[in-house]
Design a protein around this ligand. Structure first.
Ligand code: BDR
Ligand code: CA
Length: 312
């Protein structure tokens, strides 16, 4: 089983990714959910992470709250996409899964310091604040990280929060620059690929026909989630972002990309948070990222659907 930590800001698509990871617990050893401010403020992303663990009856998953704002910039949230609660359209109860004492960044540092070299995978699904802070506070932890597989960035596709930037990178571009410059192996799932993971009616129907609650819940979440992109952006089918990270951990062969140099714009007001990808190797910058652009979308949704089956 692969040890991993999911760093997240739930968030509708984060919720699907978390359930996906919990459904895969025979292969993925989820050490903790660490939360960060992003789609909604930290108190809500943390509450939501606990609610999602309850849904899966996984009250044992440690949930740690992390940073409540980006390193430098004021927090930008995405209630327009995920609703005021962060889990728009879903019933939210007082969670039973406890919040752990201590800060997510310290949990990440302590866990990695106790781990074998190159043994723990990090899966950031929101702004990279916690991961960057951990790497700055304790640079020695980088040797314990097997890989960072993150959702964020855009290059061939347009931005979704500004013309130039994807939401997760835009919210904390300074953190993203730290992570991309850390020398740790990184795979990125940008909009270039997630916009090919389309939430079609047929795919929702297959999830809904699972004989458990999780399938129906994920079908409801995706129905609600796709609405934003179809209504606001006029896309035919909404894209599914964060679960691509989990799918990559389980079946990397579903994806295709290229090892390239990627840098983040942290200064220009016009292009803040833009991920500049040296696709054709025009510079001597090191290939710091495996930049994913291709997906077998049918295989991806099939994997998601069958992985959710063991959940309640
Ligand atoms: C990313 O932004 C968030 O709103 C989603 O949860 C996803 O992580 C997509 O740009
Ligand atoms: Ca997210």
């Amino acid at each position: 089983r692969q040890d991993f930590i999911l760093d997240t800001d739930p968030g509708l698509d984060d919720a699907v990714a978390i359930l996906f990871a919990l459904g895969a617990s025979e292969r993925l050893n989820l050490l903790a959910l660490t939360t960060v401010a992003g789609n909604v403020p930290l108190s809500l992303t943390t509450r939501n992470a606990r609610v999602i663990c309850d849904w899966a009856e996984r009250y044992d998953v440690p949930v740690f709250a992390g940073c409540d704002r980006p390193l430098v910039r004021p927090l930008v949230t995405a209630e327009e996409v995920h609703g005021k609660t962060g889990l728009d359209g879903l019933e939210i109860h007082d969670p039973q899964t406890p919040q752990q004492g201590g800060h997510a960044v310290d949990f990440i540092i302590d866990t990695l310091r106790a781990a074998k070299p190159a043994s723990v995978t990090l899966g950031p699904l929101g702004p990279l604040t916690n991961i960057a802070l951990a790497l700055v506070k304790a640079p020695d932890i980088s040797t314990a990280i097997k890989e960072i597989v993150l959702m964020g960035g855009t290059y061939f596709e347009a931005g979704n929060i500004t013309p130039a930037a994807e939401f997760n990178i835009y919210v904390d571009p300074h953190a993203a620059a730290i992570v991309l410059g850390s020398g740790v192996p990184i795979t990125m799932m940008p909009l270039d690929v997630t916009h090919k993971a389309c939430i079609t009616g047929k795919r929702i129907d297959k999830l809904r026909s699972l004989p458990n609650r999780a399938g129906k819940r994920v079908a409801d979440i995706l129905t609600s989630y796709a609405r934003f992109d179809t209504q606001k952006f006029g896309l035919e089918d909404g894209p599914l972002h964060d679960p691509c990270v989990i799918a990559y951990l389980l079946e990397p062969g579903l994806f295709g990309g290229r090892r390239v140099n990627v840098q983040v714009e942290t200064m220009s007001p016009l292009t803040l948070g833009a991920t500049v990808v040296d696709w054709w190797g025009t510079t001597t910058g090191p290939a710091n990222v495996n930049w994913i652009t291709e997906i077998d979308a049918e295989g991806f949704f099939a994997l998601l659907t069958r992985t959710l089956a063991p959940l309640p």
